[in-house]
Design a protein around this ligand. Structure first.
Ligand code: ATP
Ligand code: MG
Length: 569
């Protein structure tokens, strides 16, 4: 490809609305252009990288025995009604009507559609195991699309679905996909971890997320410093402590805390550390239930754990009027003593004595509070967010916290969809059984963005070779000099003949601006062709990652590049 004939609009300025580095660099390097919130054009340079990731994904899926097909993006409502998700899925599902007023949605994921295919085609145990996949545009009307391709509304996903006769078969399919995912992300040049994850609205019995480690990641993950345990913070289990060791010593006392509402304000006013306070959160569920949840003052509620305990889809902090109704006090003074609603507490509270809580009265708190004596808790459970230093649930080690970007997700679904959609087959005894399913997603665009998040410097992108839009960039210092241009053309043709993906920067621009662009667009291997080098019969090789520069004899350059590319640079 010749740069002068290519569409690669680079920019010097950092775009104002791009918060994270991969988003900034993808815009500046002319990879993507925004069309609407969370909806992007893939420009030629960006598309090449996307296609590279897709190719790696295809190769590994095929190798693992999955079969490619393609499902429609527009899906009739009936299928989603059959599974029950038409009502459940909420506003991320973009619903539309056709000219006959029929209901449709844009597929955010394809469990229903694939299960419909399978129930119409597979009748016998002899036809499974089966694993089918597609690489397709998905649409989710995300509440906060941001970070470019990282969290778009329209995005490209690889989604695979496995069908087996029984749990053991489904476990084998899961393991195969797990291994394939490790190979995919290794081949993309990413540093990642597979972590235990919550199953969310897709449902299912267990799952792992593949997380690319990056400080800008939206997810927090924990890992043990001595065993292999790793999990999304949403899921990270915390063991119950040993229980209360100290007996209550203090008397229950009501104290004045004028206008002190937050944990920090109350702790400062009473001159105690925040961890001797217990906070009382009044929350409401999607089913209209109101409950109180107690946590140590310096801890955060893990909403997913609470939803699981309450068997609901979501919870939210109750609004002021509800807090006033149940506690009799404005927000900031809620406490468990004398409260008349369901009372749940985090395990850690079980081990606390003589603590401080709100007094359900404006400007007042209680000190010297003890559960069992002053109030009783309906249930102690694991309800808080893990923090660094927490004990590992599997061994004696301690948990560390990382930030990560979820690039892939594997689920064991069980029979949720096959039962709802009646995808049953005859087993070897002639009995009808529902198929046991798994589903496996990879965000293609998010993977490219995550790779850039991990591989860049202050000058621009440093593409890992396997997903680089081009392998080699030839920079012609002055294309107006015939001798220089001829030598560059010769190398360009040589590389094309050897199937090397090469971009020839033959633009009539200042050398300085071409070198800046070269740094920005991050092609791994660069050859500079200039008058000075040519006088000695040499080209200059620059490796983008190490910034190492080497002079190479003209005649040996192509061989050297092929060798570097074969070796993975
Ligand atoms: P998240 O928790 O980030 O919202 P999810 O758990 O809803 O993602 P899955 O349903 O597991 O996502 O989708 C499979 C994969 O698709 C994810 O691992 C991610 O790589 C990608 N993906 C999901 N949502 C988006 C999005 N809005 N933009 C880009 N990629 C996405
Ligand atoms: Mg997920």
């Amino acid at each position: 490809m010749r740069y002068s004939e290519y569409l690669l609009p680079t920019a010097k300025e950092t775009p104002a609305d791009a918060e994270i580095i991969s988003h900034q660099l993808m815009l500046r390097a002319g990879m993507i252009r925004k069309l609407a919130a969370g909806i992007y054009n893939y420009l030629p340079f960006g598309l090449r990288s996307i296609r590279k990731v897709e190719r790696i994904v295809r190769e590994e899926m095929d190798r693992a025995g999955a079969i490619e097909l393609l499902m429609p993006m527009v899906v009739p409502a009936e299928l989603w009604q059959e599974s029950g998700r038409w009502e459940q899925y909420g506003k991320e599902l973009l619903r539309l009507k056709d000219r006959k007023a029929g209901d449709f949605c844009l597929g955010p994921t394809h469990e229903e559609v694939v299960t419909d295919i399978i129930r119409g085609t597979i009748k016998s145990y002899r036809q499974v195991p089966l694993n089918v996949y597609q690489i397709q545009g998905k649409f989710r009307d995300e509440i906060r699309p941001r970070f470019g391709l990282m969290r778009g509304r329209e995005f490209i996903m690889k989604d695979a679905y496995s069908f087996d006769m029984d749990d053991a078969g489904a476990d084998r399919a899961y393991e195969k996909m797990f291994q394939a995912y490790c190979r995919i992300f290794e081949r993309c040049g990413l540093e990642f971890r597979a972590v235990e994850a919550d199953t969310g609205s897709i449902g299912g019995s267990f799952s792992h997320e593949f997380m690319v480690l990056a400080s800008s990641g939206e997810d927090a993950i924990v890992s043990c410093d001595s065993c292999t345990y790793a999990a999304n913070v949403e899921k990270a289990e915390l063991k119950a402590g040993a229980g209360s060791s100290a007996a209550p010593a203090a008397k229950l006392e009501k104290v004045l805390t004028p206008a002190r509402k937050t944990i920090e304000e109350v702790a400062e006013y009473l001159k105690v550390p925040t961890h001797v306070l217990v906070k009382t959160l009044i929350v409401q569920t999607d089913r209209g239930e109101t409950v109180a949840v107690l946590l140590r003052g310096d801890r955060e509620l893990n909403q997913i754990k609470l939803c699981r305990l309450l068997d609901c889809n979501w919870i939210e902090l109750a609004p002021e009027e509800v807090v006033l109704g149940v506690t009799g006090a404005p927000m900031g003074f809620a406490g468990p003593v004398g409260l008349n609603i369901r009372l749940l507490a985090d395990h850690e509270v079980a081990g606390m004595t003589d603590f401080v809580v709100g007094a359900n009265e404006k400007d007042h708190h209680f000190t010297g509070v003890n559960h069992g004596r002053d109030f009783s808790v309906e249930q102690f459970a694991d309800l808080r967010e893990a923090v660094a230093g927490d004990p590992c649930p599997r061994c004696q080690g301690k948990l560390e916290i990382w930030r990560g970007i979820e690039v892939g997700h594997v689920f064991k679904l069980g029979t949720k969809y096959s039962e709802a959609l009646n995808a049953v087959v005859l087993d070897d005894q002639g009995q009808e059984v529902p198929l046991v399913m798994g589903c496996y997603g990879i965000g293609i665009g998010r993977t490219v963005a995550a790779a850039i998040e991990q591989n860049h410097d202050e000058n621009g992108i440093i593409f890992p070779l396997p997903i680089a839009p081009f392998q080699v960039l030839i920079t012609v210092v002055n294309p107006k000099q015939d001798e220089v241009m001829t030598a560059a053309e010769q190398l360009y043709r040589d590389l094309l003949d050897r199937n090397i993906e090469v971009l020839l920067d033959d633009r009539d621009e200042r050398p300085g601006s071409k070198f800046k662009d070269a740094d920005l667009i991050g092609i791994p291997l660069r050859v500079t062709v200039g008058e000075r080098g040519l006088k000695n019969g040499e080209f200059e090789l620059i490796e983008r990652k190490s910034t190492r520069k080497t002079m190479l004899p003209v005649a040996e350059t192509a061989d050297k590049l092929v060798e570097l590319i074969r070796g993975g640079c």
